[in-house]
Design a protein around this ligand. Structure first.
Ligand code: PLP
Length: 393
């Protein structure tokens, strides 16, 4: 029996999403751009899925562009806003130090093209400060892009306030809401651009969407046909879009009860792991995603911890799936001020609506034992215990 606690990396598709996807493949296989009746029926379905996704977000159907996922939506949102800004001579962008790489690397590419980027610090609680955002804004700021909830430590950013400030100053605001959609309520009032990805809310992989408020211009990343009103070429992945729409409807219909269930398990898990000496929860204890638990353990190497947990049937992560495999410390943990040696001993456990209390208790037990085992073997831990090194946690 496996315990899956890596839902920030991806979630298991729900059976409703799978069924919607299969039904779509059987019924609506035609190309929505074809003029014949089967094509037109597929086009009608495409519109129905667009309306369904829009309704869940509180948007209008024409404000939704389907993409291949969160990374593409982030790229397109930022590059579109940058292009619009550049036309007006505005080449400054404000973001945060702990964005997803889809945002950070896009910003780095823009810097090479002469844009200047200010990355706001996120402090120990993992939350950007409104005052620092205000101070960072300039006459030539074209875009503010701040994620809704961080994918490693789960902290939730004050995006409504940030959006209001941007609106007041006439600056476009994009939020990478990939971790939030389906889990947290979305208020689009002051949001111009928002990215989402189906596989983070029990939908299929390789499909997502970009919300762009009416009037906010999108520039295509992919040249070709006129699909998605000319904003994204390529025959639409209708079955995946069907699965995404079904998964989102399901997640939004049960959001409150799911959040309540998951939060209770999260807090039980946090309380259990806090009894491990020289450990620390990363980021604010309350302003975090319902299912996110992230700890650093002193004197531990994160990779070993993961392997030993895996041997006990527990699937966890050291942080972002995108940085695992590299030996660099997580940019997120460094951004919240964790020293390198502590950042290497990190563990991310992310729960879902399918997680049970028995699983949480098994995780607490396994992590406690594995941490003790690894520390018993660690020369670094011996130095700490015998006072040759100072504890930092
Ligand atoms: C997973 C994730 C992405 C990337 O989404 P994909 O659909 O996998 O490309 C972007 N941002 C955040 C915050 C994520 O968690």
């Amino acid at each position: 029996m496996k315990i899956y606690a890596d839902n920030a990396a991806t979630t298991k598709m729900s059976s409703a999403a799978m069924q919607a996807q299969i039904a779509c493949m059987e019924e609506y296989f035609a190309n929505p751009s074809s003029l014949h009746s089967l094509g037109q029926r597929a086009a009608e379905q495409l519109f129905a899925f667009r309306e369904s996704v829009a309704r869940c977000l509180g948007a209008q159907a024409r404000e939704i562009t389907f993409t291949s996922g969160g990374s593409e939506a982030d790229n397109q949102a930022i590059l579109s806003a940058a292009a619009a800004g550049e036309k007006k001579g505005k080449k400054h962008i404000v973001s945060s130090a702990f964005e997803h790489h889809a945002v950070l690397h896009t910003l780095q590419n823009l810097e090479r093209r002469g844009f200047s980027v200010t990355l706001l610090p996120v402090h120990e609680n993992g939350i950007v400060r409104i005052e620092e955002l205000r101070d960072a804004l300039r006459e030539d700021t074209a875009l503010v892009t701040i994620l809704y909830a961080n994918n490693e430590i789960g902290t939730i950013q004050p995006i409504e306030e940030i959006g209001a400030i941007c609106r007041e100053r006439g600056i476009l605001f994009h939020t990478d809401a990939v971790q939030a959609v389906g889990q947290l309520p979305i208020n689009l009032q002051n949001i111009d651009l928002l990215s989402l990805s189906a596989h983070k809310f029990h939908g299929p992989k390789g499909v997502g969407a970009l919300y762009a408020r009416k009037g906010v211009p999108l520039s295509p990343l992919i040249a070709g046909g006129a699909q998605e009103r000319g904003k994204r070429a390529g025959t639409e992945n209708l079955p995946a879009i069907a699965g995404m729409a079904a998964a989102l409807e399901e997640a939004c219909a049960h959001m409150e009860e799911n959040a309540k269930h998951i939060k209770a398990l999260r807090d039980r898990l946090i309380a259990g792991l806090q009894t491990i000496p020289h450990s620390a929860l990363s980021g604010d204890a309350h302003k975090r995603l319902p299912g996110n638990v992230h700890f650093c353990f002193e004197g531990i190497e994160g990779e070993s911890l993961l392997l030993l947990l895996d041997a006990r049937g527990i699937c966890a992560s050291s942080g972002s799936a995108c940085t695992s495999g590299s030996l660099e410390a997580s940019h997120v943990l460094l951004a919240i001020g964790r020293p390198h040696e502590v950042a290497h001993g990190s563990l991310r456990l992310t729960l879902s609506r399918e997680t049970t209390q028995e699983e949480v208790d098994a995780i607490i037990c396994a992590v406690t034992e594995v941490v003790a085992t690894l520390r018993a073997m660690s020369p670094l831990w011996r130095d700490l215990e015998e006072g040759r090194r100072e504890h930092v946690l």
